[in-house]
Design a binder for this molecule. Sequence first.
Ligand code: MN
Length: 197
Amino acid sequence: MHSIIKLPYAYNALEPIIDAKTVEIHYTKHHQTYCDKLNAGLSGTEFEQYTLEDLLTHYPQLPDNLQWVVKNHGGWLYNHNIYRQTMTNKETTPSQNLETSISKSFGSRMNFEKEFKEKALSLFGSGRVWLEKEWNNLIISHYPNQENPLLYGKQAILGIDVWEHAYYLHYQNRRADYINGRRTLINRDIVDATLHN
Ligand code: MN
């Protein structure tokens, strides 16, 4: 059985950047619902035993009816787990290792942040912006709906939800303000550990 990650902070811990109501609804409704749907879809099949990462990485090899379930419900679950894990209300400082990796790939941290924001703002409709790794390269991408780097054989390092449900209560149409705020909540310790382990 798959499960949603335990929320690593209280509903109101991310205020004023993300309001408590948004965190609560996003976590208890949006996140949980699709986990339940994934479990229901896999129930009674031989694919129940696989990890979510394995299912997503190998999804083209699944039977047709399960491809849809894994890509949409599994993708939704995975993406929200990453979104939650890489967010914190505690101040985290990038390690030297992380700074070096970012500079090597993007020139500087400023360039990285600029490109990340551009990718988030240029995503038409719903989806997420990602920092992903392919071989030894770090890339910033955006994917629509429930898609994620695993579907394309890449590793997900950081993913930010830019579906309207992630920010609309507080920011309405101001996606750029949400992205600017959300950026300050990145858990750099987790990003560093994912990248260098
Ligand atoms: Mn979401």
